[in-house]
Structure formats: structure tokens, C-alpha cells
Design a protein around this ligand. Structure first.
Ligand code: CMC
Length: 392
């Protein structure tokens, strides 16, 4: 022992050099390629953010039009994929369906994906960004027992996704532009977050030269957990469980109790030791969506606002620098839009796909890239003699 640095949870190990996303956790700053998240969320759209993350620069109008067109051309999935879906239990969690179906995509684009060819890397990236809404909407439709809705590529990316989720045959469906804009903004906020657990998973999987669709499936699997992308689902369930403002002190006490494993979901972050900048934008978006839908007094929102107020003035949370993170408000917004809690993490995966792919691409193009191979400190038994089974 002593040969390697022991760093459980990788809190002080940089696994790569990256030019994509910058976080200053103490100041609560998040930049994509140098641009503040607040400005991108306010003025940009999700596909522009995708272009920025992948290419390093904001697109010109012509580049943007070309990118949108190319993504749009790849939104369909093979009809065999639709049959593949039928193999899942009908009550399967949408994330189980996502992990399986993204992985299955590697079977469709394996031989055609030569990762040493920059052209093909770009096509694979486009395909994933384009098909993820289709897969997420199919996962949703499948679990609610409705027929799949084909992509309608005259719509913008996010409106198309909303339509694939909420349109039903023989009924007119008009996308609400306020909701579409709000969801697009949620996608921007989730697009990348440097070397988090799922992104590191994608990089580690990709470091062996594996098929990029398979790598993204690995990232989605990691994202599913409640300490990561599953937190938005967990946060909403917690708000529902708390139910009303009077119950908050009881839950605050539980969260502070060392002997109680309960944590305030949507609070705390490995890197942000200040207000998560995404949570601020999310809070504003939540109000916009509830206003648009005419939801005046949402009890969950009341609980959220009061919980935030109490926690932010409690010494326990102040000392440990626990602030609301992005997941604290996103659940309320997505629920108001009509998504069931079980879809929340799938929406996160949809948006994070571009980050995963941009990071994967950066890794493949990095000349210092080697297969990821963490070391260990062995703490097991020393050498000993094998005993035959009859003598144990
Ligand atoms: N409620 C109550 N106490 C908490 C919380 C919380 N939400 N988060 C951390 N703590 C306490 C924890 O008990 C520990 O106390 P002590 O030092 O006395 O043992 C201290 O704060 C540090 O916690 P940690 O678990 O060592 O910190 P970490 O960096 O390993 O974990 C975290 C970060 C996000 C996993 C954690 O804060 C957490 O579990 N939060 C709730 C789940 C959540 O909202 N996750 C979403 C993260 S943001 C989106 C994403 O990444 O996908």
C-alpha cells in the first residue's frame, strides 16, 4: 500500500483535462464553453446549446439552421426498435426501458460507427441527440399503454418531443409554446455538468473504444440512481410525502438526525457549496409554468418554498453548505406539465445526452487518452493455502 493515492468518491482526483464545462462551486458559477448558464437559458435554445457543447463555439445563423436540419433528419428510430420495446414488461420503469433501448441502438449502428473517423463520430452524436426524445417518448407511451407517436419534424426539437409524449390518435394536439420553451430551458440547464458520475461512466466506458451508443447506455444506467439523476423523482416524492407546510419541521429534524438516514432530497451537492445557479433559473421557470397553466395554489410549491426558507436559515444546513440543487424545483415543473414522476430521470437523460457525447468526443480526440484503469488499496487476506472442501 502507499503506492497509490486513496481518494474514495474521487473528491480530489482530476480524471481528465476538459474545455467543455466550468463550475465554481463556491461562487455558484456554471459556464458551458465559457458562456454563463443564465445567459444561455435566457437567450438560447437547446439545439444551440448542443452545438456549442459539441463544437466549442456558438453557431452562426447558417450553422444553426444546418445543425437543426441535420438533427431533425435523424429523429426516427427503426421500426424494429418499436418491436424491441414490446419485450419490456408493460409496467417497466421508463429508465429501465431507456437503458435497454439506448443499449439496443448500438446493434443498429455498430458496424457503421467507426470512432476513429471524425465524420462518423459527428453522425453518431447527431443520431443520439436526435433519437433520444423519440426513445424517451416511446418509453413513456409504452408504460402508459398508448400507441407510439411518430416524430413530426416540422416542429422544433422540444415541441416535437412534447407532441410525441402527449398527442393521442384522432385528437388534435397543439403544443403550448410557453411549456415548450420552459422544457427547452430545462434541457439547457441539464445539458452538461463536467465530470459527474454518469459522465465519468461514459468516459470510462468509452476509454476502451466501446460503441458510443453502448457508452451512453452506461451513462444512463448510472444517472438512474437517487443520489444523481433520480433525485428529481425522489425530491417530488418527498414533497408529496411532507404534504403540507405544518409537517416541515418534522422532516427538517429527521434530515438533521445523524441516526436517521433521511436526507432532504434536492438539497446539497458535491461541488456546489452555494446556491446551485441552475436552481435559481429553475425556480423562475416553475413559476412561469404554473402561471401559464393557471395553477394558483400548488400545495407542493408552498411546501417547497417554505422548506427552502426554513432550511436556508437553519444552522445545520448553513454549516454544511447545503443549498437547493436543480432537482428541487424541476419535479414540480415537470409534474405540472403532465409528466409522471417516473419520467423525470428519463427527461434528464434526454438532456444530458449531449453532454455525455461531447465529453466522449473530447476524450476520443485527446491524444493523451488511455484506457481508464483506477488502482486500489488491497485490504483483503494475505497469501494462504487452499483447503480441500471436506476439510473446511
Ligand atoms: N440532507 C441532509 N443532510 C445532508 C444532505 C441532505 N440532502 N446532503 C448532505 N448532507 C449532510 C451529510 O449527512 C453529511 O453530514 P456529516 O458530514 O455530518 O456526515 C454532509 O452533509 C456531507 O454530505 P456527503 O454525503 O458527504 O456529501 P456528498 O458530496 O458525498 O453528497 C449529495 C452530495 C448530492 C449526494 C448529497 O448532498 C445528497 O445525498 N443530496 C440529496 C440527493 C440529491 O439531491 N441529489 C442531487 C444532486 S444534483 C443533480 C445530480 O447530480 O444529478
Amino acid at each position: 500500500t502507499g503506492m497509490f493515492t486513496y481518494d474514495p468518491g474521487f473528491t480530489s482526483t482530476a480524471s481528465c483535462e476538459s474545455q467543455i464545462t466550468y463550475i465554481d462551486g463556491d461562487e455558484g458559477i456554471l459556464l458551458y464553453r465559457g458562456y454563463p448558464i443564465e445567459q444561455l437559458a435566457e437567450h438560447g435554445d437547446f439545439l444551440e446549446t448542443c452545438y456549442l457543447l459539441l463544437e466549442g463555439e456558438l453557431p452562426t445563423a447558417a450553422q444553426k439552421a444546418d445543425f437543426d436540419y441535420r438533427v431533425t433528419r435523424h429523429t426516427m428510430v427503426h421500426e424494429q426498435m418499436a418491436r424491441f420495446f414490446q419485450g419490456f414488461r408493460r409496467d417497466a420503469h421508463p429508465m429501465a426501458v431507456m437503458v435497454g433501448s439506448i443499449g439496443a441502438m448500438s446493434a443498429f449502428y455498430h458496424d457503421s460507427t467507426d470512432i476513429s473517423d471524425p465524420q462518423q463520430r459527428m453522425i453518431a452524436s447527431m443520431r443520439m441527440i436526435a433519437k433520444m426524445p423519440t426513445l424517451a417518448a416511446m418509453a413513456f407511451k409504452y408504460t402508459i399503454g398508448q400507441p407510439f407517436v411518430f416524430p413530426l419534424n416540422s416542429l422544433d426539437y422540444t415541441s416535437n418531443f412534447l407532441r410525441m409524449c402527449f398527442a393521442v390518435p384522432a385528437e388534435e394536439y397543439k403544443v403550448n409554446p410557453v411549456l415548450s420553451r420552459a422544457l427547452d430551458r430545462i434541457f439547457i440547464l441539464h445539458a452538461d455538468h463536467e465530470q459527474n458520475a454518469s459522465t465519468s461512466t461514459v468516459r470510462l466506458a468509452g476509454s476502451s473504444g466501446a460503441n458510443p451508443f453502448a457508452c451512453i447506455a452506461a451513462g444512463a444506467a448510472c444517472l438512474w440512481g437517487p443520489a444523481h439523476g433520480g433525485a428529481n423523482e425522489a425530491a417530488l416524492k418527498m414533497l408529496e410525502e411532507i404534504g403540507s407546510v405544518e409537517n416541515i419541521p418534522k422532516y427538517i429534524a429527521k434530515a438533521k438526525d445523524k441516526n436517521d438516514p433521511f436526507r432532504l432530497m434536492g438539497f446539497g451537492h458535491r461541488v456546489y457549496k452555494n446556491y446551485d445557479p441552475r436552481a435559481k433559473i429553475m425556480q423562475k421557470t416553475t413559476h412561469e409554468v404554473l402561471n401559464e397553466l393557471g395553477i394558483k395554489d400548488d400545495p407542493l410549491l408552498d411546501v417547497a418554498i417554505e422548506l427552502e426558507r426554513i432550511a436556508l436559515s437553519d444552522p445545520y444546513f448553513i454549516e454544511k453548505k447545503l443549498y437547493p440543487n436543480i432537482d428541487f424545483y424541476s419535479g414540480i415543473t415537470l409534474k405540472a406539465m403532465g409528466f409522471p414522476t417516473s419520467m423525470f430521470t428519463a427527461l434528464f437523460a434526454l438532456a444530458r445526452t449531449v453532454g455525455w457525447i461531447a465529453q466522449w468526443k473530447e476524450m476520443i480526440e485527446d491524444p493523451s487518452q488511455r484506457i481508464g484503469r483506477p488502482r486500489q488499496l488491497y485490504t483483503g487476506a494475505g497469501p494462504r493455502e487452499y483447503t480441500p472442501i471436506g476439510r473446511r
